[in-house]
Design a protein around this ligand. Structure first.
Ligand SMILES: Cc1cc2nc3c(=O)[nH]c(=O)nc-3n(C[C@H](O)[C@H](O)[C@H](O)COP(=O)(O)OP(=O)(O)OC[C@H]3O[C@@H](n4cnc5c(N)ncnc54)[C@H](O)[C@@H]3O)c2cc1C
Length: 397
């Protein structure tokens, strides 16, 4: 059998939350879009059980989902608004608190299970005629031809070709590697342990995080008043030990590390772990090619920003590409892709640097740094101006 060549206007590699959102945004044009996702089956939402993977979703990301009319579908499945944030230093001498009312908003953000977002987005993609989902192709290599704006993606006996190819294929991005885009990479020397827990006291829609020298521990409030999703980042050997504890032992360790802020942890679900690595692609674009989301950058989850940054990439890239199509340009100019790169790379680099700063500031036991940290947190807590600046950034405003 001969090779089959399939022509599209846009190919998106990767149907995670960022790739799906981008596909739906671009489907606002009349272009033919191929969405390649290697997982044949996507985990679907199960009301009886919380997904162990959740994300703090900013109001800016919610706005994007609203624009695509998928937010109401996510709300119908399950989302958990939070109205307060409490952050404190290891020994409790430095703290900072935020609340929605004083920021003049109804909530600071939402905790949303990843499978809620995936299910709502997949459903919408399935009913969008211009998007063709391909899950039966294993990509092997990328090829360009002189004087031809199309990029070819080869897999088995198929060639998919388009003048715009976008990598939304996560941290290990195949497209990034196939296009030989180099990465800046640094191990945070932290792994993150995630788990759903039940606590003695209600969380009062408050997201809480304690910064310890070994790493931060966050309790993110779920829709039921006594349930939270926790993210505990620490040295890999410490996470090894926590993973090996019995449920009872782990519940005790959590209660203790969280200083019983929500009383005792009385129930723990299955635990999962993720190595944390800072990655930043040295280029986000080439002629006819762009990277978005984790394919372009990964960041420490301590401020819950990774997905939100990826969604902001998707929003800007789609806006610029749709502008080109509105001007009847069939091919997205390299200069347009560069505009996307300049804007998003700067923004993402700032967030990556801030997360590095936080990790070092809080991971330090030197007395003078500890003193500065306590003072800094408490002074910031008393300054409504600085607090509102921090909040605006955290909310993606
Ligand atoms: C512990 C932890 C907590 C986090 N908490 C938050 C938070 O609170 N808020 C937040 O904003 N972010 C958070 N993040 C970050 C967030 O999870 C990621 O940034 C986000 O999920 C990335 O989405 P993505 O769509 O870019 O990539 P992915 O979710 O990795 O999706 C990539 C998709 O591409 C597919 N794929 C890969 N290779 C190929 C290929 N060759 N062919 C076809 N398909 C392919 C994969 O199957 C996958 O479906 C957290 C991360 C961790 C580890």
């Amino acid at each position: 059998m001969g090779v089959v060549k399939e022509q599209y206007n846009i190919i998106i590699v990767g149907g995670g939350i960022v790739g799906l959102t981008l596909a739906l945004l671009l489907a606002q044009s009349d272009k033919r879009i191929a969405l390649i996702e290697k997982r044949a089956k996507i985990e679907s939402f199960n009301r009886a059980q919380y997904d162990v993977r959740v994300s703090a979703v900013t109001p800016a990301s919610v706005k994007l989902f609203e624009q695509l009319s998928v937010w109401k579908d996510m709300v119908a499945l399950r989302v958990s608004p939070f109205t307060h944030m409490h952050v404190w230093d290891g020994d409790g001498r430095g703290k900072i608190e935020f609340d929605a009312a004083s920021a003049g908003v109804n909530q600071l953000g939402y905790i949303v299970e990843n499978n809620v977002m995936l299910q709502a987005l997949w459903q919408r993609v399935a009913s969008t005629a211009q998007i063709e989902v391909l899950s039966d192709i294993e990509l092997e290599y990328l090829e360009r031809h002189e004087n031809n704006p199309n990029i070819e993606l080869h897999g088995g006996d198929r060639i998919l070709t388009a003048p715009l190819v976008i990598g939304a294929d996560g941290a290990q991005s195949w497209l990034r590697q196939a296009a030989h885009i180099a990465m800046t990479e640094r191990d945070y020397q932290h792994h993150a342990l995630v788990c759903t827990v039940k606590t003695e006291k209600a969380h009062d829609k408050t997201a809480r995080q304690r910064f310890m020298t070994e790493g931060p521990l966050a309790f993110l409030p779920l829709d039921a008043a006594h349930y939270s999703s926790i993210v505990w980042s620490s040295a890999p050997t410490h996470i090894d030990a926590l993973m090996q504890l019995s449920d009872e032992g782990f519940a005790l360790a959590l209660t203790d590390a969280f200083q019983s802020q929500l009383g005792a942890v009385i129930e723990v679900g299955p635990r999962a772990r993720f190595p944390l690595i800072m990655r930043h692609a040295q280029h986000y674009v080439q002629a006819g090619l762009a990277l978005v989301g984790d394919a372009a950058h990964t960041v420490h989850p301590l401020a819950g920003q990774g997905l939100n940054l990826g969604l902001a990439d998707a929003a800007l890239l789609a806006e610029l590409v749709l502008e080109e199509y509105a001007h009847k340009n069939e091919y997205v100019k390299y200069s347009t892709l560069r505009r996307y790169e300049r804007a998003r790379k700067t923004e993402n680099a700032t967030m990556l640097a801030a997360m590095d700063g936080f990790k070092h500031l809080f991971g330090n036991d030197i007395p003078v740094i500890k003193w500065l940290r306590h003072r800094g947190l408490n002074l910031t807590d008393r300054s409504s101006f600085i607090k509102s600046l921090i909040l605006q950034k955290a909310m993606g405003v």
